[in-house]
Design a protein around this ligand. Structure first.
Ligand code: ADP
Ligand code: MG
Length: 344
């Protein structure tokens, strides 16, 4: 009897395990590759500056649902999430390329709307669309954007640079995008059952926007630059706070303590989570797609930031052996678990 070839399910590795496996098999051939796989963007040496490169793909049915995602917002979001990865390196985005996979389901007007969103994002983030590729797709709309950016090599913020005692900061507010998605899904089900009914999104405007039209926090990057602050480590929150904090801890060889009562959650997000019988704190830890920045600063920089309206100090970095904990309102230390998103 012939032996069956071995088959390993991708779910056994998960997304991060798969990426590690790919990265282990490659070595860099060029001294100009300063940082390859493993951060928010790659770093390539180009004279005095470094070039940052990041790419992200959005697939219909996995990352977006066209029944509630207007194409214009999709175009905007596809650019914003890539700009966010350049921001997370403390860089300034400069160019993008856009690849799209299309079927004849899409009209010219639909593609115009998609590119109107891309154009608005280019305008807003001051980036230039410099190329791309167009192909047909048998499995729905695919949009993949690559962003190029620049940074001063001394001022790049890696995931690996945090030091013990550094303060953990997060921008904006958390879980809005995730709860916004719950609202959109609910209204979709209502509409399916009752096609005559109009969706009731008005009261949820802020969180629905958080899901459909996220912004990369370039404003924060410019402000930090003006204040002469270089985050010791940084990542953008695409998969959820806990998962991103794990990346900073793992790559910096540290642990962390964060405080429940410091997590920034908007009132509408909080109340809507409760309406869905979800725990707002769990949503803040594990909900994805907020595209806020999570970063660490040295204690000496705290004075300069302490009155900032949109930067929150949620905890501090510890020795690795102290683990990663959430300190609850009753002062209990709960071990953090990073769920992230499981696509497989
Ligand atoms: P982010 O959430 O910041 O976009 P990811 O978790 O998608 O980051 O990726 C982490 C790192 O792995 C990045 O350096 C990315 O370029 C790299 N990466 C992801 N998928 C692949 C792949 N299929 N081949 C090579 N590198 C990959
Ligand atoms: Mg990222």
């Amino acid at each position: 009897m012939s032996e069956q070839p071995k088959r390993t399910e991708l779910a056994e590795l998960g997304e991060f395990g798969l990426i590690d496996r790919i990265s282990d098999r490659f070595k860099n051939n060029n001294a100009s590759t300063l940082k390859g796989i493993g951060d928010d963007a790659a770093i390539v040496k180009t004279g005095d500056q470094v070039m940052l490169v990041s790419t992200d793909m959005l697939m219909e049915g996995i990352h977006f649902d066209l029944s509630y995602m207007p194409l214009q917002h999709l175009g905007y979001k596809a650019v914003a999430v890539n700009v966010s990865d350049i921001a997370a390196m403390n860089g300034i985005p400069t160019q993008i390329t856009v690849n799209i996979g299309l079927s004849n389901r899409f009209s010219l007007e639909a593609i115009d709307a998609l590119y109107e969103g891309i154009r608005m994002a280019c305008e807003n983030y001051k980036v230039d669309l410099v190329g791309g590729d167009t192909t047909s797709s048998a499995s729905g709309l695919v949009i993949s954007v690559t962003a190029i950016g620049e940074a001063d090599p001394e001022k790049v913020s890696l995931r690996s640079g945090a030091k013990k005692g550094d303060i953990v900061c997060t921008t904006g507010d958390l879980a809005g995008a995730y709860i916004g998605l719950q609202v959109l899904e609910r209204e979709k089900q209502v509409f399916k059952a009752n096609p005559g009914m109009q969706p009731n999104l008005g009261p949820y405007d802020y969180i629905v926007k958080r899901q459909l039209k996220p912004e990369a926090r370039m404003d924060i990057i410019h402000e930090l630059r003006e204040l002469n602050i270089v985050p010791t480590s940084m990542i953008d929150i695409s998969d959820g706070l806990a998962s991103e904090l794990f990346h900073l801890c793992k790559q910096s060889g540290l642990g962390a303590k964060i405080y429940e009562d410091k997590l920034p959650i908007d009132t509408l997000t909080y109340n809507t989570a409760v309406e869905f019988q979800l725990d707002p704190i769990t949503c803040a830890l594990n909900g994805g797609e907020d595209y806020e920045l999570l970063f660490t600063i040295g204690q000496e920089d705290f004075e300069k930031l302490k009155n900032h309206m949109d930067i929150h100090f949620i905890g501090y970095m510890t020795d690795a052996k102290e683990g990663r904990h959430l300190i609850t309102k009753n002062s209990n230390a709960v071990e953090l678990k990073a769920q992230g998103w499981k696509h497989f």
